[in-house]
Design a protein around this ligand. Structure first.
Ligand SMILES: NC(=O)c1ccc[n+]([C@@H]2O[C@H](COP(=O)([O-])OP(=O)(O)OC[C@H]3O[C@@H](n4cnc5c(N)ncnc54)[C@H](OP(=O)(O)O)[C@@H]3O)[C@@H](O)[C@H]2O)c1
Length: 322
């Protein structure tokens, strides 16, 4: 009997944490996963340690902070001959201890370059490939962050630097040194991460507005809960990591295991219940498996249409698409 080919998803940053567990959850659901990683050996051994056979995946190199590498990845994916059903923009760096901006190969601040610009370029380059897949409905899923929800308690604390793109003066100025922040203000590493996630969420909405009706691609973001013990906090002190995890488990009650977070991403990729486009998904009582997902409204800075259009045009310039 002729065996049906598995559906294919690309997961960026699949070598650890949420991306790794999304890979496992998708493979368990019968998908073939292209693990888009900067460290191929790490990706392979992380997967093997979880007992997943390597033939269920293709491991391809990408450095999302480097636009040339992103273009190289898109070409390499094309030459695999695989049909793309889903792209999951998951990779991220968070370096809140940095006092000075680190720079990407193109000279941009590293967290905005990796989390936003790299994924923006990748999504644009793979849009045609996604569009070609009609069964199942193609999906482009982006990992958001709760930190761009101004209503969240932790964002109300006076020491919290909130995501705020200002009038995009830093991007307009070309985003090269000495400019290090999107709003053109002084460098703040924690805020740079939040800004980058806000950009990704704004761009996902903008993709939906521009392309959903004409392509049928479903564009969604999610916050699966706080996988506080993932490697995302690797730049912070062990004491901070312990306290943060304790806070998320016991006070915020937002803690989720990396496995549960990965399962939730896989749901957005694979379940018919998540076929509406242009949504941001979150989960009630986040810690508990089996909790229902709900579409969450975003704060005004993540719904600003004029800002979105301006950000799209400036991002196109910075990644060389305009
Ligand atoms: N952890 C949370 O509580 C939480 C909550 C909400 C949203 N998120 C989001 O979930 C996503 C995954 O985070 P995580 O918690 O799983 O963190 P993680 O374990 O640190 O995973 C991040 C992944 O991104 C990869 N990566 C970093 N820079 C890259 C680059 N330049 N090119 C290619 N890959 C790169 C890392 O690769 P290496 O293995 O080579 O370092 C790693 O595979 C992020 O988008 C994050 O913002 C996390």
């Amino acid at each position: 009997m002729h065996k049906k080919k598995p559906n294919t998803a690309i997961v960026t940053g699949a070598s650890s944490g949420v991306g790794l567990h999304t890979t496992v959850a998708l493979v368990t659901r019968g998908w073939h996963v292209v693990m888009a990683c900067r460290n191929l050996a790490k990706a392979r051994s992380a997967l093997e340690a979880l007992g997943v056979p390597l033939e269920k995946v293709t491991v391809l190199e990408i450095d999302l902070s480097d636009l040339q590498s992103v273009r190289g990845f898109a070409k390499a994916f094309d030459s695999t001959g695989l049909t793309l059903h889903s792209l999951i923009c998951n990779a991220a760096v968070y370096q809140p201890q940095s006092k000075e901006a680190k720079r990407s190969a193109q000279g941009y601040e590293i967290s905005v370059a990796t989390n936003h610009l790299g994924h923006f370029l990748l999504s644009r380059l793979l849009l045609g490939a996604l569009q070609k897949s009609t069964q199942p409905q193609p999906r482009l899923i982006t990992l958001g962050s709760v930190t761009v929800k101004a209503e969240e308690f932790i964002e109300q604390l006076p020491f919290s630097a909130r995501a705020n793109l200002g009038d995009l003066a830093g991007l307009q100025a070309g985003f090269l040194a000495p400019v290090a922040m999107i709003d053109g203000h002084d460098f703040n590493a924690g805020k740079a991460y939040k800004d980058s996630k806000l950009c990704s969420m704004l761009m996902n909405r903008e993709f939906h507005r521009r392309y959903h009706a004409s392509t049928g691609i479903v564009f969604n973001t999610l916050y699966p809960g706080c996988a506080a013990d993932s490697a995302l906090l690797r730049d912070t002190s062990p004491l901070y990591q312990t306290l943060f995890t304790w806070y998320q488990k016991n006070i915020a009650q937002a803690y989720v295991s990396q496995q549960l977070a990965g399962e939730r991403v896989a749901q957005l990729v694979d379940d018919p219940a998540f076929s509406i486009s242009g949504m941001h998904w979150s989960w009630g009582k986040r810690q508990q498996p089996g909790q229902a997902a709900f579409a969450q409204s975003l704060s005004s800075n993540a719904r600003d249409l004029a800002r979105s259009e301006q950000l799209w045009a400036l991002s196109e310039k910075l990644v060389g698409l305009a």
